[in-house]
Structure formats: structure tokens, C-alpha cells
Design a protein around this ligand. Structure first.
Ligand code: NAD
Ligand code: WQD
Length: 340
């Protein structure tokens, strides 16, 4: 019998790619999303890529009664919970919006899993929990630093809620995946990242600049004590990231998990500078990107990248897609969206 996975926030960037990889791996998928930061094109893209008429329920996970109907209607044993707001700057300006949405939706999932006797949950955490690390690369045992944004705080709080819930309720098993910097798009160019308004993240800003939607990319700081003066990050390909979720679900549903709550870094293990990313984008797509150096951005950490050994060895997962290919896919997606 096929196993079914509920993907909350599955119309969004990471959720839609994960839905595709789950289906490729033989799972049935149900997508639940309130389309607050997405539209139906994500679900349509999943259906076109897979040829499967994936069920989609438009629902706010914060509305417990409405969300409960999804649990009553569908027979899944695993949930991947992506549904959250993710704009760091907005969360500083309007923290309650973030605490309400990200915490309430998450607590409803945990409650409903217990009420409806569902067992496995994967939670979207973030490298943001490490803050400015004392040692690099960061391992899952590296200390979490006090969050500098409400967004980051919701990730730490949800991790803690998950740890405490698993400890208290025997029926639950959980994996938290700490994503580094997800970038790129599906090779079909039918799904990808759809930022609203001015992109805050580097790669969508680059692709929109290349498309002529933005005039010029600002490189935030060239005076960091790094080789070329710009910040270092661990850019993880979106399809690789999606497959990490499949590995997490496989691990829980097969009974391989040794602990009931586990945490994994999901990155490449490689540090890439902003300039290296820009120049790689230019080279692989054969174009020149209008960019200039600007002052450092408040709140940026200088460098963070993952020690991925735990994910490699325990989860049996590793990042595979080369950066060249990822940055080509990001540009193909932008061209598709802009009809270029
Ligand atoms: P996204 O905005 O593209 O997807 C999130 C989806 O959740 C959207 O489709 C949105 O409409 C939906 N949603 C939000 N609140 C909801 C609610 N209350 N009920 C139902 N649906 C709701 O973002 P993404 O990049 O795909 O991120 C997915 C998850 O991964 C988020 O939890 C995010 O915090 C986390 N994450 C993202 C990154 C990143 O850089 N993209 C990095 C680390 C962690
Ligand atoms: C990457 C690098 C910028 C834009 C954020 C969140 C984090 C996680 C991933 C959710 C940095 C530089 C950027 C630009 C630039 N999300 N940059 N010009 O800040 O590492 O992480 O997204 O969990 O929580 O904080 O990602 O893509 O914004 O920046 O020079 O226009 O690109 O300074 O060095 P970040 P990013």
C-alpha cells in the first residue's frame, strides 16, 4: 500500500519541489496551503511534472477546525510542515504576525497529529538558529544563538516545542531539518521560487536583475575578513533539499530512526561567497550582471556553512547537483516566469 504524506505549505517554493520528489519516490501526497505566499501555479506545476492529480486543499493551518477536516478526510501517517512566513525583515517590523502564524500553525499540526493518531512529522527549520557561529562548519551540536529576528525565534521555539512534544507523547516521531540557503528551480522550469515584491534573498535578486526587473544587484559588503571580502554561505540546491525530506520520511516510516526526535543540517558543506555566486551565475548563463558594492546589510552574519556528515551518514542523503546547474535552473525559471 502506498504511504501518504500531508505537505502543509506545499504550494510554496520548497514544498512544491518536495511534493514532486515524494511522488517520484512512490508516496501519495496531499497539499494544504492558504496561498498567503503562493498561488495555484505551484500545485499546477507539481501536477504537470508528475502527471498526478495531487489533491490540494486551500486551508489556513491556524484555523484548527478547518485544518482538522483535512486530517479527517485524508489517511496520511506523515506530515511535512512547511507552512510559515519567512521574511526576516518583516518579522522584525511585525513580530506578532510571525509569532501568530508560525507558532499557531505548528502547534495545530502537533495537536491534530495526536488527536488523529498520526505519527511522523518533518519540520522546516533553518540555519538561522546558529546565528553568527563560533566555529565553522556548524554541526547539529553547535550552540543555537539568541535569535535576532522574530522569524528566527519562531524556528527555535518550534524546535523546542517539537522536542518537548516528542518527549511527552509516545506516538510522535520527528525530524527537524535545518536548511542552509535554498536556491535554484526544478529542471523542468515549471516550479521555482516566486518572491512577492522586492526579493530579499540573493538569487531571486540576481535573476530579476538579469531579467531587467531590477536595475542593479547590491553586494552587501566587500570588507568582511573573507578571501574576497563578501559573506560566505552554503547554497543548497532546491531539488537536493527536496530529496532530504524524502530521506527523512523514508527513515521514519521504515522504522530506521533510532531516536524519536532527530535534527539534521541540510547543506552542501561548501562555503560560497557572494562574488563567487554572482560570477558563477554570469559564466554558466553567459551574461553580464549589473552589480555594485553596497554597505553591509544589518543583521547579516559573515559566514555560515554546514557540517553535513550527520545527514550523509545517518540520513543517507547528500547534495549532488552542481552549483553551475542550480544557477542555470534559477535563470531558466526566471525566464519562464517573465516569458523571456
Ligand atoms: P514559501 O513562502 O514559498 O512557502 C510557504 C508556504 O506556506 C506558502 O505557500 C504559504 O502560502 C504557506 N503558508 C504560510 N502560512 C500558512 C498557513 N497559516 N496555512 C497554510 N499555508 C500557509 O516558503 P519556502 O521558501 O518554501 O519555505 C518553506 C519553509 O521552509 C518555511 O517554514 C520556511 O521558514 C522554511 N525555510 C525556508 C528557507 C528559505 O530560504 N526559503 C530557509 C530555511 C527554512
Ligand atoms: C545571502 C548573502 C547577503 C541579497 C536568509 C535568512 C535565513 C534563511 C535563508 C529562512 C548574504 C547577500 C543578499 C542582496 C547581497 N531563510 N546579499 N545582496 O541572509 O543568508 O539567509 O535566507 O530560514 O533565515 O536570513 O540569505 O539570500 O538574503 O543572503 O549581497 O541583494 O547574499 O548579504 O551574504 P541569508 P540571503
Amino acid at each position: 500500500m502506498k504511504k501518504t504524506v500531508l505537505v502543509s505549505g506545499g504550494a510554496g517554493y520548497i514544498g512544491s519541489h518536495t511534493a514532486v520528489e515524494l511522488i517520484a519516490a512512490g508516496y501519495d501526497v496531499v497539499i494544504a496551503d492558504n496561498l498567503s505566499n503562493s498561488d495555484c501555479s505551484g500545485v499546477e506545476g507539481v501536477r504537470r511534472i508528475t502527471g498526478v492529480e495531487v489533491p490540494f486543499v486551500e486551508v489556513d493551518c491556524c484555523d484548527k477546525e478547518a485544518f482538522a477536516r483535512v486530517f479527517a478526510q485524508y489517511d496520511f501517517d506523515s506530515v511535512i510542515h512547511f507552512a510559515a512566513f519567512k521574511a526576516v525583515g518583516e518579522s522584525v517590523a511585525d513580530p506578532m504576525k510571525y509569532y501568530r502564524n508560525n507558532l499557531l500553525s505548528f502547534m495545530n499540526v502537533v495537536d491534530l497529529m495526536r488527536e488523529y493518531d498520526r505519527h511522523n512529522i518533518v519540520f522546516s527549520s533553518s540555519a538561522t538558529v546558529y546565528g553568527e557561529p563560533d566555529e565553522l562548519p556548524v554541526t547539529e551540536l553547535s550552540p543555537r544563538k539568541p535569535a535576532t529576528s522574530a522569524y528566527g525565534n519562531t524556528k527555535q521555539m518550534c524546535e523546542d516545542i517539537l522536542r518537548d512534544s516528542v518527549a511527552a507523547y509516545d506516538s510522535l516521531r520527528a525530524i527537524a531539518l535545518r536548511y542552509f540557503n535554498p536556491i535554484g528551480a526544478h529542471p523542468s522550469a515549471l516550479i521555482g521560487e516566486l518572491p512577492r515584491g522586492v526579493p530579499q534573498n540573493l538569487v531571486p535578486y540576481i535573476t530579476q536583475t538579469a531579467a531587467g526587473v531590477r536595475e542593479c544587484l547590491s553586494v552587501f559588503g566587500d570588507d568582511y575578513p573573507t578571501e574576497d571580502g563578501s559573506c560566505l554561505r552554503d547554497y543548497i540546491d532546491i531539488v537536493d533539499l527536496a530529496r532530504a525530506h524524502v530521506a527523512a520520511i523514508d527513515r521514519m516510516t521504515s522504522g530506521d530512526a533510532t531516536e524519536r526526535y532527530e535534527i539534521f543540517n541540510v547543506g552542501t558543506g561548501r562555503a560560497v561567497s557572494v562574488f563567487e555566486l554572482v560570477h558563477t551565475f554570469e559564466r554558466v548563463n553567459n551574461l553580464a550582471l549589473n552589480h555594485k558594492v553596497a554597505p553591509r546589510r544589518a543583521g547579516d552574519v559573515m559566514a555560515v556553512w554546514a557540517d553535513t556528515r550527520r545527514a550523509n551518514e545517518v540520513l543517507g542523503w547528500r547534495a549532488e547537483r552542481p552549483l553551475d546547474e542550480t544557477l542555470r535552473s534559477a535563470w531558466e525559471w526566471e525566464k519562464y516566469v517573465r516569458k523571456l
